[in-house]
Design a binder for this molecule. Sequence first.
Ligand SMILES: NC(=O)c1ccc[n+]([C@@H]2O[C@H](COP(=O)([O-])OP(=O)(O)OC[C@H]3O[C@@H](n4cnc5c(N)ncnc54)[C@H](O)[C@@H]3O)[C@@H](O)[C@H]2O)c1
Length: 332
Amino acid sequence: MIRIDVPLDSRSYPVVVGNSILSEFQSLVPPEVSRVAFVTQKGIDVSIPTELPSSIHYLPDGEQAKRLSVLEDLCGEFAREGLTRRDLVVGIGGGVVTDVAGFAASVYHRGVQVMHVPTTLLGQIDAAIGGKTGVNLEEGKNLVGAFWQPCAVICDTQLLTSLPKREMRSGMGELAKYHFLGGEQLDALPLEERVAACVQIKADVVASDEREGSTRALLNYGHTLAHALEIEGSFDLRHGEAVAIGIEYAALVAHNLGRIDEARLAEHRRVLDVYDLPRGLPEGSDIDHIMELFHRDKKALTGLTFVLDGPNGLEVVEQVPEKVLRLALTQI
Ligand SMILES: NC(=O)c1ccc[n+]([C@@H]2O[C@H](COP(=O)([O-])OP(=O)(O)OC[C@H]3O[C@@H](n4cnc5c(N)ncnc54)[C@H](O)[C@@H]3O)[C@@H](O)[C@H]2O)c1
């Protein structure tokens, strides 16, 4: 088992990574806890043995779960179970479950402790670590939420064996981005070490910028085009697949700006191909509409802003010229 610490002063916590390690659960429960509320989904068949009284709460599947009404129902269930402010919420699932369980924990009794047991690759290397929680509004994704760090995270890679192939591939899209955040040789590692290496990179970034004032934004590599494709909504793309296309696009933009050479562009393509990820715009993409969505991006405060590779690695680059962005959309 590999242990990585997320160092955040009094809110520091361990992330443990390994195969078949759910027996670690009890030792990671804070001592004052007298009841546990497990939050999960029906399709996720994971049960965690505990000596403490516990209840289990099921969320709907998919983004439908990330609604304020679901949060209200969940907190109501906690109250009926008698969960107190000294007790523990445990999210067992993908990013949807840990986002909702984490947000519920952040507001129930004005904040109770939460532990995450991510069961998707995307959850283990990204969503469950770093304390971002939240739900969607009609007006947009993740518009309401809180930073609420877990007390521990258990990444049991055995849980990934039941994950549908497409969900695994989606996780690979997020994994690909870590290659450009210091994880160059990730694809040479066995799965547990690969997950642990990604967790270490994310832990370092979160420790240096918990609330996304600066460097944490680099974790959004590939996400500007990915979000545009997701908002467009008519494409059959999982999040990580959209990120993969976004990474290829960001590399093309960087190359067109002279920030990276041919070899570095080829390295981006090698990594995406290793994980069998898509690299091209989906059929039917409308370049004008994508440009419009770029202008609406949260980061576009002072002109069109992208995370781009360059001689010093990934950087947030403001005021990327519109014609460079349009050109790259025709090249992808
Ligand atoms: N908080 C963050 O920092 C952060 C970061 C990235 C993504 N996210 C959020 O994560 C969400 C996406 O998460 P996701 O990709 O994990 O998808 P997901 O949570 O929707 O899970 C995908 C599907 O796999 C099923 N599933 C999960 N684990 C399984 C298992 N072990 N075996 C079989 N089926 C299983 C789920 O029930 C679901 O149907 C998005 O809402 C996104 O906004 C959050």
